[in-house]
Design a binder for this molecule. Structure first.
Ligand code: R5P
Length: 279
């Protein structure tokens, strides 16, 4: 049975469809002091798969409650799917006294589950913070799906070196093209590609997350200034804070899209098949 967190209802329904499993009935209410209260309203006599992107602190609490409710309802195994794991970017410390928030979140999630699956975490070491077996799923290949069949001399360009494997995943799924990454801007300089020429080419700019849109819009602007032909802007996790979409469109991206790890208007491709394969 699939149980859905409030922020992952579309993906949970798609996963239920992929696996031909039922979507469990749950209710979430809020007390006057703002506390959440989750109920699973039917018995579970099998594995419970909870699909919950922890996109907010409330979503974290809701997930912990869903795990507890699933066990109480009779689940013999609880699997937690984190399509987008919040706090995953706080995976190291820089000052004495700082905590690794990723580890704190992962430990809490581990207490209520037998297994975790997460999609394209910001750093792969995120998996090591969980106390239960954890599978990392590559959400990038599906990002090739919305691209036109005949791109001109395509270049798959990641916004930085760390995201280079994602650009390679999209290129491999597309089946043709070169890969490159932008070199981080230093001292007020703009980011720049390492060596590939961009003029006249169709360029697919790839990142793991778009948050404020600053990184993606800065990257698209560099590509546009280099006289690329068509520019596509894509990411696995479309956080898309207010204004991010127009920030990226303004500098010349003709198609902007992400996956359904987060439910946004531009969540054009689904990671449900990849999650189903990994379960
Ligand atoms: C950074 O390392 C990440 O890969 C993303 O580039 C970053 O999180 C994007 O954030 P924003 O959209 O706020 O620039």
């Amino acid at each position: 049975m699939i149980l859905s967190g409030s922020a992952s209802q579309t993906l949970a329904a798609r996963l239920a469809d992929e696996l031909d499993e039922s979507l469990g009935a749950t209710t979430t209410k809020r007390f006057p002091d703002d506390e959440l209260h989750v109920t699973v309203t039917e018995p579970i006599d099998e594995r419970a798969i909870i699909v919950a992107s922890t996109v907010s602190s409330d979503a974290h609490i809701e997930l912990l409650q869903l795990q507890d409710a699933a066990r109480q309802a009779g689940a013999d195994e609880v699997v937690t799917v984190l399509p987008y794991m919040g706090y995953a970017r706080q995976d190291q410390t820089f000052e004495p006294g700082e905590i690794i928030s990723t580890r704190a979140a992962a430990r809490a999630i581990s207490t209520g589950t037998d297994r975790v699956l997460t999609v394209t975490p910001h750093e792969k070491n995120v998996a090591s913070f969980f106390d239960v077996p954890t599978t990392v799923i590559d959400g990038a290949p599906r990002l090739a799906d919305p691209l036109p069949a005949a791109l001109t001399d395509p270049l798959f360009l990641s916004t930085d070196a760390a995201a280079a494997p994602l650009a390679e995943s999209v290129r491999d799924a597309y089946g043709a093209g070169d890969c490159d990454h932008l070199i981080d801007a230093t001292d007020g300089e703009r980011p720049a590609p390492t060596e590939e020429s961009l003029a006249g080419r169709d360029v697919v700019v790839v990142d793991d997350i778009v948050g404020t849109g600053s990184t993606m819009s800065g990257s698209v602007a560099v590509v546009a200034d280099a006289e690329a032909d068509r520019i596509f802007a894509t990411c696995v996790h479309p956080v898309f804070a207010t204004g991010a979409l127009s920030k990226i469109a303004r500098v010349g991206a003709e198609l902007i899209y992400g996956t359904d790890t987060l439910e946004r208007v531009i969540s054009d491709v689904s990671v449900a098949p990849a999650i189903a394969d990994a379960l």
